[in-house]
Ligand binder design. Structure first.
Ligand code: UDP
Length: 357
């Protein structure tokens, strides 16, 4: 049921709350986005098969927002279950995060990646089309640019042939959404190309919770600082960059989450279906791996054990975003300095591990 709110006792004005289905909402980006959606007045329904998450962040979202969010432990590839969710709830739009995301694993298990990432998205779109359409935000990645010839990358920068099945699934899903929006008049889409999301909610109640050994830099750093990993490896210092280590665009997770809310608003404002816009979501500032490591140590007053090793296969040398389109069209901008983001990442890890300092 749609929720109705009285905003005035005597002259009731009904505000219809829009309900957004967040697939993969128990994960890092999904949980932060759920918080921002609720803060913006949306109703949130989460579906997640918990294959790469547990309920820790769902509990955290409830604590932050004071709301118990409807949660379905469902695989988005399961069409019957997805149909049931749409029958049981009035859903106005969806944000699709549910996907496998480990680049290396995708090389080992390409079929699993192609099946899961593509089938979950096509199933969601099919069910949405069957129930009349809606607005969809697809979580894509800067990985679609590969090593761009010109930096920073704009949304017009040509995509390069993906070097991993994971990257390929992002490109394919972008194309699927574009085609679906073209064919189905009730459907609108926004593709957000994330750069490197890092950090945690300032409450330290939700954050990144990778299973096993982290692939990404910041969770590896925080786990090393927490004593869970012995030593951080810096993959390569022979790149053609100022200090030889790779350059990335690290975007604060709460800022990134806020972009999803604006993407939904953008589609509501279109008042006409058929559009599928693409936006880069980054800071526009390149930061090297070494700079990030040094900043983390300085901000959090911890010493990290690290060593330089060889380059990691499949890594690009440098990438950062031109964010002018998102700034102008979505009215989105970053709000947190990287120092604060790194402090939040460490605060979350400490809370998780019971480290008092
Ligand atoms: N990186 C590193 N050590 C690690 C993990 C990552 O040196 O343990 C480097 C990686 O080679 C890349 C940057 O940190 O240059 C960001 O990597 P991440 O996996 O976080 O994101 P990616 O840019 O690969 O999506």
């Amino acid at each position: 049921m749609r929720s109705l709110f009285y905003t005035h006792f005597f002259f009731p004005i009904f505000v219809i709350m829009k309900n957004i289905l967040v697939t993969g909402g128990a994960g890092f980006i999904g949980s932060h986005t759920a918080v921002e959606l609720i803060a913006a007045g949306y109703g949130v329904i989460i579906v997640d098969n918990l294959s790469n998450a547990d309920t820790t962040c769902l509990d955290g979202v409830s604590k932050i927002t004071g709301i118990k969010i409807p949660f379905y432990k469902v695989d988005c590839c399961d069409k019957r279950e997805m149909q049931k969710i749409f029958q049981e709830n009035e859903i106005d739009g969806a944000i699709h995060f549910a996907a496998f995301k480990a680049v290396g694993e995708s090389v080992q298990k390409p079929l699993m990646y192609y099946y899961n990432n593509i089938s979950s998205f096509t199933t969601l779109l099919e069910v949405m089309v069957e129930s009349g359409g809606g607005n969809v935000v697809f979580s894509s990645s800067a990985t679609v640019y590969g090593q761009a010839d010109v930096l920073p990358v704009t949304e017009e920068t040509p995509r390069k042939t993906a070097i991993s099945p994971y990257g390929n699934t992002k490109q394919i899903c972008e194309d699927i959404l574009q085609d679906a929006v073209r064919a189905h008049s009730g459907l609108q889409g926004v593709i957000l190309r994330y750069f490197n999301p890092i950090g945690a909610h300032p409450s330290a109640l939700i954050g990144e919770l990778p299973r096993g050994i982290p692939n990404n830099l910041v969770p590896f750093i925080t786990q090393t600082a927490a004593g869970i990993r012995r030593e951080l490896q810096i993959f390569g210092n022979d790149y053609n960059t100022p200090d030889g280590t790779a350059l990335r665009d690290y975007i604060d997770i709460v800022d990134l989450a806020a972009a999803h809310v604006l993407a939904l608003k953008r589609m509501t404002d279109h008042k006409g279906a058929g559009k599928c816009e693409i936006f880069n979501v980054g800071t526009g500032v390149p930061v090297s791996v070494m700079e990030l490591v040094l900043k983390f140590q300085e901000v959090n007053k911890v010493n990290l054990k690290y060593k330089i090793t060889g380059r990691r296969e499949g890594d690009v040398e440098a990438i950062w975003a031109d964010t002018s389109l998102a700034n102008k069209i979505l009215g989105w901008k970053t709000s947190r300095p990287i120092e604060e983001t790194l402090a939040n990442a460490w605060a979350w890890e400490k809370k998780l591990r019971g480290i008092i300092s």
